[in-house]
Design a protein around this ligand. Structure first.
Ligand code: SF4
Ligand code: SF4
Length: 347
């Protein structure tokens, strides 16, 4: 188990020119996770057909296909019977990378109908290192199905990553994840922080997320150390920056990056925190991407406030602390700003 890789840590700056398409091809799911961010009232309940998927893939590469990454999402994207065709369509168009995020159930024989060469990453969501923790969030029996299918995918030659959504429900179990993932053969580990939207938003409507969100000290005591441990085992780890010192520069991805969060009802957001509200910047109508008139999320991105991210301040400010004179003691970074710990190959 002790691989002892050397590693380096860095902030992943927003890369000029890079585009990321977070493509929700349906919203249906076989699970009902406690923190699920899907909100069918806002995102619709339809499943895109192959013709629309092809058209939308063409729309979103914006002529810069070789710089565009696509991540197929749901709901549970493997419930879409033509997901392999959608992956191939993105490949044929020349997308820079193609990833599928799955809850682990891998419907419609995905591992048989897709070859490892066609996919950059198959990413499994696991929110605990054991059934007790994971299944209390994601549902009974899910841990066993997900870990079994991770092993099948690794054996079949797919590059497998795993996503862990941190909240107060599972922060204490995070240190157990590196050993589990190493044993399963997972190559990349994405730690993300719970967003107060969808189910989490409903659970915490009056409290701005204070029951779910992790305090700065708890986050900093646990997450970087877990990331270092995973990297020492040879796993590439990415985690959100979340907290900035007041002197650190703040940037809003809505202004400086090219991210598109696309839902099957045609809504297109530039910021994932806004997804519970009809303030999307753009929408797809008749196969074309159109800007929506104000007021949308777009008008709010330039607001410069001492707390950093404006939507965090409006929607989920339970993670901001103030000093006695009412000045924030830290800023909240853009939720898209990440740090990574990259293991170096052993000599
Ligand atoms: S979080 Fe993902 S896997 Fe869980 S219910 Fe929502 S869409 Fe399904
Ligand atoms: S999370 Fe905050 S900083 Fe990031 S895109 Fe949204 S509004 Fe901007």
């Amino acid at each position: 188990m002790q691989e002892n890789h050397q590693s380096y840590r860095r902030t992943v700056e927003f890369k000029p020119g890079a585009r990321n398409l977070f493509f929700h091809i349906l919203t249906a799911c076989n699970l009902s996770c406690r923190h699920c961010y899907i909100n069918k009232d806002q995102h619709g309940g339809n499943m895109l057909n192959m013709e629309d998927i092809r058209t939308w893939l063409r729309v979103f590469h914006g002529g810069r296909v070789e710089e565009t990454n696509v991540i197929f999402l749901g709901g549970e994207p493997t419930l879409h019977p033509q997901l392999p065709e959608a992956v191939r369509a993105a490949r044929e168009l020349g997308y820079s990378s193609v990833t599928i995020d799955t809850n682990g159930f891998l419907f419609h024989d995905l591992l048989v109908r897709l070859s490892p060469a066609e996919l950059d990453y198959l990413s499994f969501s696991l929110d605990g290192s054991c059934p007790q923790v994971n299944d209390s969030i994601r549902g009974e029996g899910v841990f066993d199905v997900c870990t079994r299918n991770i092993q099948r995918a690794v054996r079949a030659g797919f590059a497998v990553s795993s996503i862990f959504t941190v909240s107060r429900m599972n922060l204490g179990d995070l240190p157990n994840m590196p050993a589990l993932l190493h044993g399963l053969g997972v190559r990349r580990f994405f730690i993300q922080v719970v967003g107060i939207r969808g189910n989490s938003g409903r659970m915490t409507k009056c409290t701005q997320g204070v029951e779910l969100q992790v305090a700065r000290r708890d986050w900093e005591n646990v997450v970087p150390e877990v990331a270092r441990h995973a990297a020492s085992l040879g796993i590439h780890v990415t985690f959100p920056k979340v907290f900035l010192d007041v002197s650190e520069p703040f940037q809003c991805a809505g202004l400086v990056a090219d991210n598109y969060f696309v839902f099957p009802n045609g809504r297109v957001y530039r910021c994932p925190l806004c997804e519970d509200y009809a303030i999307h910047s753009m929408e797809i109508c008749d196969g074309e991407l159109r800007k929506r008139p104000p007021i949308t999320e777009r008008e709010l991105f330039p607001l410069n406030i001492p707390e950093g991210c404006v939507f965090n301040r409006i929607l989920q400010h339970g993670n901001i602390s103030y000093d006695a004179s009412g000045v924030p003691v830290n800023k909240i970074a853009c939720c898209m700003l990440k740090e990574e710990i990259v293991p170096l190959p052993k000599n």
